[in-house]
Design a protein around this ligand. Structure first.
Ligand code: AHG
Ligand code: MN
Ligand code: MN
Length: 330
């Protein structure tokens, strides 16, 4: 039986009024860039793609070669479309203005071109995360202020995992759909019509090396998970930590779980970036029936104050996220 392509899925969303033709074109072009990024990830050392670019990004992090190339591929695949007003990337300090040689359009694109960079050289799944906002009306040269919109204003969000399979997860606000890359035509096809996160879980994901820095509610929650059936939870828990948000969130979407990178004594604002990591992932998780909080606030309600601001992230199975949030307000 023929599987539905990304184009067919997006065409159906346009027909249903859930997306515009311009949004369809933007998502298709982001997907095209991700196919190219995936091909480079696949080649690894054979394409001289590993190692450091010996440059630093706005985060003060040393950029990997693939961070920089992925960033450039996403710009090259989208800047000419005429549907973008500007774009923002983890790898660039300021918004990227669309060159005057191209027409502009109604959308703002934000992305983490390569998520999980510390895993590139050790052959662990990495990915690309993207978010789409509408450009405020009448703004012809979007500056930072144009991007300062809460995550609830996103019109689309998605991510791709370059793993054993290259997979894409997408929402345009009408649920979450999973796609698998069929490498040889190079097209993403629907392989999960409706992604929904189990409300309960017995699996948590956190970088336990930060334990001594955690706030009390997080320590309480993890201690209870570790106590398992001998403690307050009455059941044993499992732990996973890939250190690629895309891989940890994909697993959480598919089999349930709670993914946590809370702010702590070392990461005072949190580790993950609001605009192009937490917001797109939170939009997807909520559309899949899960929840996403920083422990005290719904992530999608947070009013941004900077393009690269960081935030604590606790997302996944609704009942567990709500439990951690309750511990924060206890
Ligand atoms: P990026 O490679 O884009 O900087 O993102 C890495 C993030 C995220 O993918 C992951 O969950 C987290 O960093 C892992 O942080 P630790 O290495 O501190 O565990
Ligand atoms: Mn990232
Ligand atoms: Mn990154």
């Amino acid at each position: 039986m023929r599987r539905k392509s990304l184009s067919q899925y997006l065409t159906e969303q346009v027909r249903a009024g859930a997306a515009t033709p311009e949004l369809m074109q933007l998502v298709e072009q982001v997907a095209e860039a991700c196919v190219s990024i995936g091909a480079l990830v696949d080649k690894g050392a054979l394409a001289n793609m590993l190692g450091s670019a010996r440059t630093e990004n706005v985060q003060g992090e040393t950029q990997k070669t693939l961070d920089v190339i992925s960033n450039d591929l996403l710009i090259a695949a989208t800047e000419w479309t005429g549907v973008l007003a500007a774009l923002v990337s983890e790898e660039m300090e300021a918004p990227y203005q669309i060159p005057d040689t191209y027409p502009k359009g109604p959308y703002l694109l934000l992305f983490d071109p390569l998520d999980g960079s510390s895993n590139i050289d050790v052959n662990i799944s990495i990915g690309t995360i993207f978010s789409v906002l509408e450009c405020p009306k009448g703004v012809s040269k979007p500056d930072v202020a144009a991007f300062m919109q809460p995550g609830s204003k996103q019109v689309a969000a998605g991510f791709v995992v370059y793993g054993p399979s290259t997979l894409m997860v997408l929402t345009v606000g009408r649920g979450v759909v999973g796609f698998t890359l069929d490498r040889y035509p190079g097209t993403f096809v629907v392989t999960q019509e409706k992604v929904s996160i189990p409300a309960d879980t017995s699996e948590f994901a956190i970088n336990a090396s930060n334990m001594r820095n955690w706030e009390a509610p997080v320590t309480r929650y993890i201690d209870e998970c570790l106590a398992g059936k001998t403690g307050a939870r009455g059941r044993d828990f499992n732990m996973r930590w890939v250190a690629s948000m895309v891989a940890d969130v994909y697993r959480t979407l598919w089999r349930g779980g709670i993914f946590m990178y809370p702010k702590d004594a070392k990461h005072k604002e949190g580790r993950l970036r609001l605009m192009y990591e937490a917001n797109p992932m939170s939009f997807i998780v909520e559309q899949a029936g899960g929840a996403a909080s920083d422990g005290r606030r719904r992530i999608l309600d947070i009013q941004p104050t900077g393009l690269h601001q960081r935030v604590g992230v606790i997302l996944g199975s609704k009942n567990e996220v709500e439990r951690v949030s309750a511990y924060h307000s206890a």
